[in-house]
Design a protein around this ligand. Structure first.
Ligand code: GLY
Length: 343
């Protein structure tokens, strides 16, 4: 690729392996990433994303709406109709340019159209760069829940262009920092003291490692959900209560603190490790507690319903040997910790 410094991290999955580039001003070079045999390119993006690479091959642009409601089967159907009208076939490529909503939806359309087209991602948000663009989980929401329909479909390449972050609203950046902070407890010690470029690369390396060892989320990859048990239920509360107006990354930050406190209550870690969680989250300017008191019984009820909990209280919890998936946790310590955390 061009002149600018970049890191290349390979997600090593045999014949589904792909490179993730982290750097600045790489968009102009995207043609170099596109396999020679690709004929046409369908760009899936959003109106407000003003990134359009120079492409030497025929292409067409499909703008999808903003917001989670755009991550729908209706959008996938519209995209696939558009791909059909432009005569896309299995040799062609879908290029997603945007955040997680774009890459999840475009990736699922790519996985579905003609039973699978190649796709590449230019990730334009911090959240996408450290999480959503890597790993091949694609999908859309239905009324019954988020991401309930989808496919594991790995991209052919990912560009994490830090220049794209310059135009992101502060709150969006903040959202990415919540997911980023998570990696500080998954092996990236000292993450918060690195320059941004090194932080993104470190997060991508860790995510790649989890994906390589457990592509289809049998067990180990679930550790990437650290902080997400409370985060998911707090987000669910926020759907009905505007006082709990938290972005995903902010909810994850609060969830990480809660998980650390619960781990201490269960005798898994000491106070120094809890303090480390507070230090990292605070260094990213993220919240460490819920914005209002929420009824602990309501939170526990929602935790039991979470699709990743399989009907038991399940948390990813820290320990002396790192984070682990812990199922069948008793209600009492969770409730006691929620009461203290909420007060
Ligand atoms: N697309 C996000 C993931 O695979 O984890």
């Amino acid at each position: 690729m061009s002149t600018v410094l970049h890191d290349e991290i390979v997600v090593d999955l045999g014949d589904r392996s792909y490179p993730v580039f982290v750097g600045s001003d790489m968009v102009a070079d995207v043609e170099l990433m596109i396999p020679d045999d690709v004929g046409k390119i369908a760009i899936v993006t959003q109106q407000n994303i003003k990134i359009l690479p120079k492409l030497a091959r025929p292409f067409q642009i499909f703008n999808i709406d903003d917001g989670e409601q755009a991550k729908s089967l209706a959008t996938v159907a519209e995209l696939c109709s558009g791909f059909a009208r432009m005569g896309m076939n299995r040799k062609d490529l879908v290029l997603a340019i945007g955040g997680g909503i774009v890459s999840d939806t475009a990736g699922f359309a790519a996985a579905s159209f003609h039973r699978g087209l190649r796709y590449g991602i230019i990730a334009t948000t911090l959240l996408a760069q450290v999480d959503a663009a890597i790993g091949g989980k694609t999908g859309v929401n239905i009324a019954e829940g988020k991401n309930l329909i989808g496919a594991f479909w790995q991209p052919s390449f990912v560009l994490c262009d830090l220049a794209a972050l310059g135009s992101l609203p502060q709150r969006e950046l903040q959202c990415g920092r919540g997911e980023m902070a998570k990696y500080a407890f998954l092996g990236a010690e000292g993450l918060d003291r690195m320059p941004l470029h090194a932080q993104v690369s470190a997060c991508v390396r860790i995510k790649a490692n989890f994906v390589e060892s457990d592509e289809r989320e049998g067990d180990r990859r679930a550790l990437l959900n650290y902080g997400h048990t409370l985060a998911h239920v707090v987000e669910a509360v926020g759907f009905d209560d505007s006082r709990v107006d938290l972005k995903h990354g902010e909810a994850v930050a609060i969830g990480l603190i809660f998980a650390a406190r619960l781990a201490k209550r269960l005798g898994r870690i000491d106070q120094a490790r809890v303090d480390y969680h507070y230090r990292v989250i605070e260094s990213y300017g993220l919240p460490t507690k819920l914005p209002i008191r929420v009824d602990p019984d309501r939170l526990i009820e929602l935790m039991f319903k979470d699709k990743k909990s399989f009907g038991t209280l399940t948390f990813v919890l820290d320990s002396d040997s790192g984070v682990e998936l812990v199922r069948d946790i008793e209600v009492d310590p969770v409730k006691e910790e929620l009461v203290e955390f909420n007060s």
